[in-house]
Every structure is written in structure tokens, then in C-alpha cells.
Ligand binder design. Structure first.
Ligand code: APR
Ligand code: PHB
Length: 401
């Protein structure tokens, strides 16, 4: 049995926990991360890869953006493909010069891990049975088991950054939390391949056979997705079957120029909208996937995690620096306002682009009308673009930016 004392105990070493730890360290706030998995396992998870400018700014502030700026791809637009043709959404022109940066979440995580190791900050990997205690009082603790012993971390605050299946949200009494959830009737089958991207920008496709997305990780590595049935299995999909299906959903010119190759990774992800309210319970704060999930259409997941972390880091800095609880008191409310807007956008974009299994035909027709409207109306395209690049912050976080 060991007892460790820190200011902020962080549960989970995904991007949310690691970024929070790095920012707090920069502000002189002591923190320790406890993670259930090993570092390699965390790095093996392939997730989305589109960063809003505010996420890039925060990674700059955390001092972990050197490789991001060297290797990240700045995208000024993307394309919507439907009815056999591609239509560009010019993000920069529609948002007064804003853009997004394509850089994989895995790489963000790797950069954060390296920075944490270089700064000598403590991370406990492979911590079993992580449990949270007494966060409704002034002396919260977490306990975990490792190497056959039980360890305790005493802290001023606990940050629950342990994802959708984590211990943090689960330890909140049922009556104190309300959750909202929607599960979509399809999944995304994704592959990663060392092939050149079919286009220099992302292509989001609405097709009678289902949604498809052409994305990338670098000029030599692609990430492509096709909508698949909810109960589909990766084993049902050879690489050749995947490439055939993707080709069928693209416009003829894109299909023709698609370069295929062996997959490096292949996985199926379900699509879910989920929000837990509130995000603060006494001295426990939830951040990132622990509090909310968006369907991946629009790539808001990592960006939302980063914006929670930004609010939480600033609030804790205010608490320790100015002895003011104003930031932490407003944390949940301020985060949730922006989260619900991103939930709305992700739900809308998902609803617009996918084939719904129970559609009698009217949904596809309405989607087509909306897509026509989007690419024909500057007002409609502007709405889409300003959400895609990321909505502005409000309150104290906006002022600091
Ligand atoms: N104890 C400790 N750690 C845990 C526990 C637990 N009981 N349960 C889960 N974890 C760890 C997971 O192993 C994982 O490393 O918490 C981490 C949570 O990381 P993510 O799931 O990546 O969540 P987050 O950091 O909030 O990142 C959000 O991930 O899913 C994407 O779309 C999402 O891009 C967004 C990003
Ligand atoms: C990805 O590259 O994985 C990706 C990109 C854009 C999305 C979703 C996923 O909207």
C-alpha cells in the first residue's frame, strides 16, 4: 500500500487526460495520471484526424505542436460527393480564412506522451480496478491496484478523462447525473493503408449503397471508411471487398483514380450521440469521451475533448492562482453549451450523409434536396463550414485566447 499526494489526479491517459496533464504542468499544477491500459495499447487505437484551429492553438500552448506543424496537412476545404459528382465546400472562403489541420489522433497522443515522459511527469499504466472516492467532499482520492498492491492517490481534484467506458462517470450516484443517448442503425468500417490519397482534400459521399469517406493521415497514408450494417464483422471484409465497395460509392472519376493496397488496420466502429449532464460533481470533473460521444461524421470527438480540457485547465489555473472558484463553478455549463452545438452538428451531418435502413425512400430524397441546397446556397454552406472549422469559445476561455 502506497499513498501518493498530488493536486490533480487524472484518470485516463487518452488525449484528454494527457493534454490536461501537460497544460496543468505548464501552469505549475502538480498532476498524476492513472491509466488502465499500457502505453502501446493506447497508441494502437486509430481514431479521427481533423483538428480545429482552436485545438491546434491549445496544442501550441501545451508545447507539443512541433511535429504537428511540420507534418500536419492544412485543409482549406473538403468535398461533398453525391449524384455522381463532387462539390467543394470552401472552408477558408466561407469562414473568413479559417481552416482545419489533418493530423491523426494517434500522433497527437504520441506527442503528448513523449512530452510527458520528457518532463518526467508521473503516469501509472496498467492500473487495475481504478476507483474514485469522496469527491463530494474536500479530500477526494483514487485507488488502484498494480503489481499485487493497492495504491492510493490523494488529490485536491479528480479529472475523469477515462472515456465512455471509464470508472469516473460510473462512480457518480445515479440520481446526480442525467444521460442522453442515440444509437445510429449502422457502423463505419475503416481501413488504414499506405497508399496516396485519392484527392488532396477529404471527400464525404452520400450514395444509394451508403456513406463513404476518403480521408488521410499523410501524403502517403490513407484512411477510408464505408458505412456498414451494425452487426457486420471485420472478418467479412477482405481488403479487395473493401476497395470494391468504396469504388462503387465514389463518383466515376474518383473511383478511377483510387490507388489501393494492403490494409494496415481495419476496424468497425458504431455511431453514437451521447451526453452526460452535468460534467462536475463536487471535486470530480468529467472531460472528453467520459462525458460525451459524437458520431464521427465531422470529426468533432477529439476537438470537443480538447475544448473541455481547455476550460478545465483554465478553471484550475484560476483556482490555484487567484483562489477563485468562478471557473470551476461554470465549467459544466460553459462546456455543455458548446458540446450540444457540436452534438447537433455531428447528428445533422450524420443524418444527411447515411443510408437509413428503414427509409421508404423519402429520407434519401430529402437528403438529396438538402445537399443540392447546401452546394447551391452560400448561406447554407456557410452554416456547415463554420461548424466544421469549429465554433468560437465563449466567456473566460475566449478572453484568454
Ligand atoms: N481507469 C483508468 N483508465 C481508464 C479506465 C479506468 N477505469 N477506463 C478507461 N480508461 C482509459 C482508456 O484506456 C483510455 O486510454 O481512459 C482513456 C480514455 O481515452 P479516450 O477513450 O481516447 O478518450 P478521451 O481522452 O476523452 O479522448 C477523446 O477519443 O474516442 C475519441 O472521438 C474521441 O477523439 C476523441 C477522443
Ligand atoms: C478520419 O480521418 O478518420 C476522419 C476524418 C473526418 C471525419 C471522420 C474521420 O469526419
Amino acid at each position: 500500500m502506497t499513498i501518493h499526494r498530488t493536486q490533480v489526479a487524472i484518470v485516463g491517459a487518452g488525449p484528454a487526460g494527457l493534454l490536461l496533464g501537460q497544460l496543468l504542468h505548464r501552469y505549475g499544477i502538480d498532476n498524476l495520471i492513472v491509466e488502465r491500459q499500457g502505453a502501446d495499447y493506447v497508441l494502437g487505437r486509430i481514431r479521427a484526424g481533423v483538428l480545429e484551429q482552436t485545438t491546434v492553438d491549445l496544442l501550441d500552448e501545451a508545447g507539443v505542436s512541433r511535429r504537428l506543424h511540420a507534418e500536419g496537412l492544412v485543409h482549406d476545404g473538403y468535398e461533398l460527393c453525391f449524384g455522381g459528382a463532387r462539390h467543394r465546400i470552401d472552408l477558408a472562403a466561407l469562414t473568413g480564412g479559417k481552416h482545419v489541420t489533418v493530423y491523426g489522433q494517434t500522433e497527437v497522443t504520441r506527442d503528448l506522451m513523449e512530452a510527458r515522459a520528457a518532463a518526467g511527469l508521473p503516469t501509472v499504466y496498467e492500473a487495475k480496478n481504478v476507483a474514485l472516492h469522496d469527491f463530494d467532499g474536500t479530500a477526494p482520492r483514487i485507488t488502484y491496484e498494480r503489481d499485487g498492491a493497492t495504491h492510493t492517490v490523494e488529490a485536491d481534484f479528480i479529472a475523469g478523462c477515462d472515456g465512455y467506458h471509464g470508472a469516473s462517470r460510473a462512480s457518480v450516484p445515479e440520481g446526480a447525473i442525467r444521460t442522453y443517448e442515440k444509437i445510429y442503425p449502422f457502423g463505419w468500417l475503416g481501413i488504414l493503408a499506405d497508399t496516396p490519397p485519392v484527392s488532396h482534400e477529404l471527400i464525404y459521399t452520400n450514395h444509394d449503397r451508403g456513406f463513404a469517406l476518403c480521408s488521410m493521415r499523410s501524403p502517403t497514408r490513407t484512411r477510408y471508411y464505408v458505412q456498414c450494417p451494425l452487426d457486420d464483422k471485420v472478418e467479412n471484409w477482405s481488403d479487395a471487398a473493401f476497395w470494391d465497395e468504396l469504388r462503387r460509392r465514389l463518383d466515376p472519376a474518383t473511383a478511377e483514380s483510387l490507388v489501393t493496397g494492403p490494409s494496415i488496420e481495419k476496424s468497425i466502429a458504431p455511431l453514437r450521440s451521447f451526453v452526460a449532464e452535468p460534467m462536475r460533481f463536487g471535486r470530480l470533473f468529467l472531460a472528453g469521451d467520459a462525458a460525451h460521444i459524437v458520431p464521427p461524421t465531422g470529426a468533432k470527438g477529439l476537438n470537443l475533448a480538447a475544448s473541455d480540457v481547455r476550460h478545465l485547465a483554465y478553471a484550475l489555473r484560476e483556482f490555484y492562482g487567484e483562489r477563485s472558484a468562478a471557473g470551476i463553478d461554470r465549467y459544466s455549463e460553459v462546456c455543455l453549451r458548446r458540446i450540444w452545438k457540436a452534438e447537433r452538428f455531428s447528428w445533422w451531418f450524420t443524418s444527411l450523409m447515411h443510408k437509413f435502413p428503414d427509409d421508404s425512400g423519402i429520407t434519401a430524397k430529402l437528403q438529396r434536396a438538402e445537399l443540392d441546397y447546401l452546394v447551391g446556397s452560400r448561406a447554407a454552406a456557410t452554416t456547415m463550414a463554420e461548424n466544421y472549422v469549429g465554433l468560437p469559445f465563449e466567456g473566460a476561455a475566449a478572453a484568454v485566447a
